[in-house]
Every structure is written in C-alpha cells, then in structure tokens.
Design a protein. Sequence first.
Length: 290
Amino acid sequence: MLPASGNSIRVGVTGVAGAGKSSLIEALGKYLITQRNEKVAVLAIDPSSQLSGGSILGDKTRMTYLSSSDMAFIRPSPSRGTHGGVSQNTREAILLCEAAGYRNILVETVGVGQSEAAVREMVDFFLLVTLAGAGDDLQGIKRGVMEMADLVVVNKADGDNLRAAERARTEAKNALHFLAASPSGWVPRAIACSAKTDRGVADLWSCVLEFTTVIKASGWFAQARQEQARRSMHENVEQGLKQLFHSDPVVQQRMAMLEQEVLAGRTTAGRAVRDLLEFFASRITSGSGS
C-alpha cells in the first residue's frame, strides 16, 4: 500500500467536550464534497469503557450527510485504552485510506488535553475546536494543546452566541501571539465558525490549504512525515515488547508473586520492577520466552 499512500492532507481534530467536533467535521466534509468535488475519509475515535472495554461509536450518527455519501468514508473506532486520544491502528488506517484514493483525511480524537497530543504526531494540520460561554473554554484548555494547534476554531458562532464567539476568537488570537513560533514557518490563527450555518467552513479549509503550501515550500512537510514514520516504528516496538511481556505466563506468575511481596511490605515496588524486568530479559536472552 505504501507506494499509493502519502498523497493526502491529514487533519487532526480535537476539542473540548460539547464543542461540536463531529458536527464541524460533517460540515467540512460536506463542503469538500459539494463545493470542491473531493473525497473525504473520517477516522473518529470513541472512548472505550474502562469497565467493559466497549464503545458507543456514536460519532457516525452525527454525520448524516457523510454517512450517506459515496464520496465519504467514516470509520469509528474504539480507543481501547490507548493513550493519546487515538486508536492503536490509526496510522495504518490513514495509509489505507490514502491508498484507496482519499486525499482528505480527518482524524477526530477522543477529547482534549495533553494526553490527546498523540494525534499531532500523525497528521499534518492540527485543529483545536473550542466554543464560548461553556465554562471550559480557552482558560480550561491545556497550554500544551494550544502550542500544538495550527488553527483554533471557535465553533457555534451563530444566533445569540455570535458575539460571544467573536470575543472568544479574539481571546484565542491574542493567546496564540504569546506562544513560541512554530519551526514550520506557519503562524497559527483563530477563526469563528458555525457547523450549523456553515459560516467560516470555507475559510477553515483555506487555512489548511495555505498551511500545506507554506510547509511544503519550507521543506517542513517532508521532514515532519519522516519524523512521524520514525515515531510510529518506535511506538510499535514498545507495543510489541509490552505484548511479549504480558503474554509470557512464567513472567505473569513471577509478577503475581512479587505483587504479594510488595503488598506484604517485604520489598519495594521499584525493587520488584527491577527484578521482574531482569527476569524477563533473561528469558528473552535464553530464548525461553519464545
């Protein structure tokens, strides 16, 4: 699939709860299809229950137009406890969508926060969606996410909320000026948008296209894609080692024994971990763990 992939614009979408991420993606996808005649793929990540491991996967129900369009592909996936607000196989899903001919890839994360930053490492453009007057607006957003945002969108800029949304946009714009300059050469922006009336949706995509032009001209685009591939490889190595560790029944038996030692106060947690890792390493070296 690799020779047929890579020719897309990858946009990550994150935001506070209730900001209307799914509705905004619906409006943006509809704009791409009806106004630009371009296909769009949406990879929506739903949080998994820590108790049952299940997910509602309800994002698709809020994208009625895209769900019925032949020009759109929507794949809701459970996070399954993966940190970073993305599914474990999101990167591979992006490559498959690109190979299938989708040139616009939208990745919607679970929520917002510093733990959601993993999506930044697999997309070209990072979009932060917020809103005014919800109590968890600009002041409630972690600085780390603001620093990674290429565009801050104040959604629901319509009706009685229009004036408040414009004020929130101005606040976001001013806040972005205090952040360090991006090495890509792009200056982050803030706009007001309405998924309900389509206000600002065309401007949003114009920013994405302008951003792509800027970072390709500076060479940052190719550099960032290479760095993403490198990080993906390292993360897969870590996941593979974790799977090897937890799938070894002898290691699990020793872990259970060491847990009892820690609970009884006969050893420290740190000492138990060192013992366990040394034991696991010896099994790998001897080949008994295969």
